[in-house]
Design a protein around this ligand. Structure first.
Ligand code: F6R
Length: 260
């Protein structure tokens, strides 16, 4: 796993956005996996800036979002449909038909999840999956004890996630209890993983993800089993890392490293 520790949130967002831009420059019709939440907001803002100022083109891009709350209409300000349109899609040129976000209102979740998995495959698989991490170590809504082989499915959110996300709602009772989420197995199938995390609240989960045992108790630890996972974090999120010096050393020596 590549660990990049940045001085600020702004810097980590820019570095992560550069990775996405590199992928798009190499493969203009790339399939991007999208995340919601506060962590990737800076990354999206930077991609929007690159689209506006540097003509970064999304016209051939296809996207798949990680997850969606069950029961919120797409017009609800806290739905992930709304979040993605407001914070990213309406600012770039991805054809609307190329955007996929799990449905939080289907009347057949099982069939929908199967369709979603098949659709990812039909589109050639995800080239780069953007991820955040929950304070309990989850990726997407794969709460502790989710199977490492799990696929897109309906999931009951953990109490901690509901409490963490209550900050976006008027009251904790308004936070949906269920979500539809890609599985850990679905995420591991992406060709490249790009996780962003910032702030001291994430320090414990980040350390466990990078340096702890691979365990379903911290589903983000599955990144250790991926051959191309990069983690961009700020100083507070890096606070509990034991191998900090080594990660900094690798980054310092990267410009001189033999080309792979
Ligand atoms: C959202 C998602 C979640 C978040 C995680 C962190 O699509 O997949 O796993 O990435 O809950 O959320 P923030 O970034 O708001 O701290």
């Amino acid at each position: 796993m590549e660990v990049v520790i940045c001085k600020t949130y702004d810097e980590l967002s820019k570095q992560a956005a550069n990775v996405v831009a590199e992928v798009l420059n190499e493969k203009p019709n790339a399939v991007l996996g999208m995340a919601t939440g506060s962590s990737p907001l800076g990354l999206y803002q930077e991609l929007v800036r690159m689209h506006r100022d540097e003509a970064l083109d999304f016209s051939q891009v296809t996207t798949f979002n990680l997850d969606e709350y069950v029961g919120l209409p797409v017009t609800h300000e806290q739905s992930y449909h709304y979040f993605m349109h407001e914070n990213f899609f309406k600012h770039v040129n991805i054809p609307i038909g190329n955007i996929h976000i799990p449905s939080g209102s289907t009347n057949n979740y099982r069939a929908f999840c199967e369709w979603y998995e098949n659709r990812i495959e039909e589109c050639g698989g995800i080239d780069v999956q953007i991820l955040g991490i929950g304070a309990d170590g989850h990726i997407a809504f794969n709460e502790p004890t989710s199977s490492m082989a799990s696929r897109t499915r309906l999931k009951t959110l953990a109490r901690q996630t509901i409490e963490d996300n209550a900050r976006f709602f008027d009251k904790v009772e308004d936070v949906p209890i269920y979500a539809i989420t890609m599985g850990v197995g679905t995420i591991l199938d992406a060709r490249r993983l790009l996780l962003v995390a910032n702030g001291e609240k994430k320090a414990d989960a980040v350390a466990k993800m990078i340096e702890g045992p691979v365990t379903t108790m911290i589903t983000a630890s599955a990144l250790q089993m991926h051959s191309r996972a990069s983690v961009f974090i700020d100083e507070p999120a890096a606070a509990n890392l034991q191998m900090r010096d080594y990660y900094d050393w690798i980054q310092a020596k990267k410009p001189d490293a033999p080309k792979q």
